[in-house]
Design a protein around this ligand. Structure first.
Ligand SMILES: [Zn+2]
Length: 282
């Protein structure tokens, strides 16, 4: 990358839905550029739930000239690197795979240890504990019982912008504080771990609203990029903890609606949410 030190938001979804349209590639690059400046890294999250393979949907849209790399896309004009990531739910909670090779979709709801082995076997090099104390998703309690598992991770999420919106029974208070305390405690015994500060945004508006500033990763083949990213994340220069309130309310209320309607046997169409999305993403 051209910029020596870059801001990175490694976990952002773009939308609550998987519906992207022509023009969205540039909107994502522009949002990253607006919030983090020239020279920034964006991890666009794929999630198997609702077939939200957002990275693949976005990179094929028309827009800025780009260089397609093995697990990322680089836009020279803005010095923006978009990395393919995947949020993987397992039987014990979620993790985030960063820099997933093209064509790879990791399977969901497997036993954690088997899922990690499979991911590393498929060429994933960077895996972090995603927000360890989030309700329903957090893997923290399981790791506290099995701390040796941290050998299998490269990093731990210490701040998630979406978790700052406290919604009773869904988003608990203090999950970020708990995550940071957990990281500070374990990093002495597991110094190979990096910590991340991410938006977990679900709208274009929130891309790059939280970030961690690091030495820019080397771009090129996947191994080179992954290893430099992993190393540079261990030495953050600055962090910014923003809030992804809008996305949190929309995302959580949507999930609650989907769960409630599914219990009644009704499947809902994502399109009805797009009008809200539009307001904040133009
Ligand atoms: Zn997420």
């Amino acid at each position: 990358m051209k910029t020596e030190h870059v801001k990175a938001d490694l976990h952002t979804h773009g939308r609550t839905t998987n519906r992207f349209r022509e023009g969205d590639f540039n909107k994502i690059v522009d949002a990253a550029y607006r919030n983090m400046g020239e020279g920034c890294v964006v991890g666009i999250v794929n999630v198997g739930i609702q077939s939200a393979w957002n990275f693949e949907r976005i990179i094929d849209l028309k827009g800025y000239d780009r260089i397609t790399l093995e697990n990322s896309v680089y836009v020279p004009e803005k010095d923006v690197l978009i990395i393919k990531t995947q949020q993987v739910p397992t039987n014990q909670g979620h993790y985030l795979a960063i820099g997933v090779p093209a064509g790879i979709k990791l399977k969901q709801y497997k036993n954690l240890e088997n899922s990690l082995d499979e991911a590393y076997g498929l060429g994933v090099d960077v895996i972090k504990v995603a927000d360890p104390f989030l309700r329903f998703q957090g893997i923290g309690k399981y790791i506290l019982q099995n701390p040796g598992l941290l050998e299998k991770f490269d990093g731990v999420g210490i701040y998630n912008g979406e978790s700052e919106t406290h919604i009773p029974f869904l988003n608990p208070k203090h999950s970020n504080q708990q995550a940071e305390e957990f990281f500070n405690e374990v990093k002495w015994k597991y110094p190979h771990l990096f910590g991340t500060v991410i938006s977990d945004g679900h709208s274009f508006y929130e891309i790059g609203s939280s970030w961690i500033k690091i030495k820019s990763p080397k771009i090129g083949d996947a191994k080179t990029m992954n290893n430099s990213l992993k190393e540079n994340l261990k030495h953050p220069r600055a962090i910014h903890r923003g809030k992804s309130n809008w996305g949190a309310i929309k995302h959580t209320s949507k999930l609650a609606t989907i769960i409630a309607l599914n219990k009644l046997g009704i499947e809902i169409d994502d399109d009805k949410y797009l009008s809200y999305e539009k307001k904040f993403s133009q």
